[in-house]
Design a protein around this ligand. Structure first.
Ligand code: SAH
Length: 400
């Protein structure tokens, strides 16, 4: 068995249940040479004085040198643990997630699987889509896939391990069928009565932004009779929800032609009258300025950009970008109009985001109030001692 001994004092973050170990915390690694080079090998982690701290997955190539599987002395990392945790993760979603067949079944650390994402589209005859983003879950891939199939009854599993974080773990980017059938170009899902086509093989992440489900529902509830602008619309998640909710007209902006094409197909899937929607292939930063120059105004605006800050070093630049689009967004709102604004940057805290928005309102010369704080859905839980897990935060603002 591999043993990781920490430097004196470095056990503190583990005692607080933070699930990552960095190289600077490690004093010594003992074990057979083949274990020391084996990505994903299970290691016992102990303090400098030899106190048991955790069992972790060792990742020799990564800056996150080990990720915790369990803080319990009596919990071995074995097939039973994998099965038990998958079973719990699936049971939790079955109990809590309603009105959709697009569900995040496993969300990394908060489900006891550091670096694993498993999404489920289309029910028992649909597809499970997995991202293995750390050496630990990569080493247990076969067991995880089997457990997912057993617990859901869905035989089709597709791998989308093509996110660049894998390279930081020293693992190649891979995609492909892990079990069952190859997914078609479009897998239909139905969320809150709206049909969406999901491209499992080529779409962003696993194909769909499942995390915004509750927020799409909120937009649906506020859309009736309103003129909407949806920025960074991807395949039209918020746009379709608004149309279902009775929006008068929706302009959707994205720089990906393919995403927009899927958005338009989603209109057809739902039988919506396409005179109610306009899809613009444009850069949002420029489009917002040009709409302002034209004197356009909207009743409802959504700003759901990609992750502007991928690391703490990028926070300042990202803050300027968030401020810029929110300033413009607030100016484009009619009085009484609503702005749903988001950040999915883990490096930007909810407090900082709110400060950025406050600064944007001041500089826009606009009075606004916060109606709600927004977050990801119930299938994206966070562990209490892992703030990095809270990546999606948002605010519902009203111009007054
Ligand atoms: N709101 C979407 C998810 C947004 S993902 C949903 O609920 O499904 C971010 C999107 O921003 C991607 O589709 C990407 O193509 C687009 N994008 C990134 N930079 C952009 C830019 N500068 N202008 C317009 N679109 C951009």
């Amino acid at each position: 068995m591999l043993t990781i001994t920490l430097k004196p004092g470095k056990e503190k973050s583990l005692l607080r249940r933070h699930p990552w170990i960095f190289p600077t915390a490690i004093e010594r690694i003992d074990g057979k040479p083949e274990e020391k080079n084996k990505p994903g090998a299970t290691a016992v982690v102990q303090s400098a004085s030899g106190q048991f701290l955790a069992r972790a997955a060792y990742s020799p190539a990564s800056q996150i040198r080990a990720r915790i599987w369990s803080f319990r002395d009596n919990e071995p990392v074995d097939h039973a643990l994998i099965k038990r945790r998958v079973k719990q993760a699936v049971a939790y979603r079955v109990e809590n997630v309603r009105d959709t067949d697009a569900i995040r079944l496993v969300f990394g650390e908060a489900d006891g699987f550091p670096g694993l994402v498993a999404d489920w589209y289309g029910g028992p005859s649909g597809y499970l889509v997995c991202q293995f983003q750390s050496a630990g879950v990569e080493a247990w891939k076969a067991a995880i896939v089997k457990a997912l199939i057993d617990e859901t009854g869905c035989p089709n599993v597709y791998e989308r391990s093509d996110a660049s974080v894998r390279e930081r773990e020293g693992m190649p980017l891979v995609t492909g069928v892990l079990a069952g059938a190859e997914p078609p170009d479009e897998t239909p899902v139905t969320e809150n009565g709206v049909r969406y086509a999901v491209d499992i093989r080529r779409g962003h992440k696993t194909g769909f932004y499942i995390d915004q489900r509750d927020n799409r529902r909120l937009v649906m509830e506020h859309a009736s009779g309103r003129e909407m602008l949806n920025c960074f619309c991807y395949t039209g998640g918020f746009s379709l929800a608004a149309l279902k909710g009775g929006a008068k007209h929706v302009i959707s902006v994205d720089s990906s032609g393919e995403a927009l094409a899927t958005g338009k197909r989603n209109m057809v899937l739902n039988g919506f009258d396409d005179t109610r929607a306009e899809w613009r292939d444009a850069d949002v930063f420029k489009e917002l300025r040009s709409l302002r120059e034209q004197g356009r105004r909207f009743d409802l605006i959504v700003l759901d950009p990609p992750k502007f800050a991928a690391s703490p070093q990028q926070v300042d630049r990202a803050a300027r970008a968030y401020k810029d689009i929110n300033l413009l967004g607030l100016q484009l709102l009619r009085e009484g109009g609503l702005l749903f604004t988001y950040s999915c940057s883990g490096a930007i805290s909810a407090e900082l985001f709110q400060k950025i928005i406050a600064g944007a309102a001041t500089d826009a010369g606009v009075d606004a109030r916060i109606l709600r704080r927004l977050s990801a859905g119930i299938d994206h839980p966070m562990t209490t001692n892992f703030p990095e897990g809270e990546y999606l935060k948002g605010l519902l603002l009203q111009r007054i």
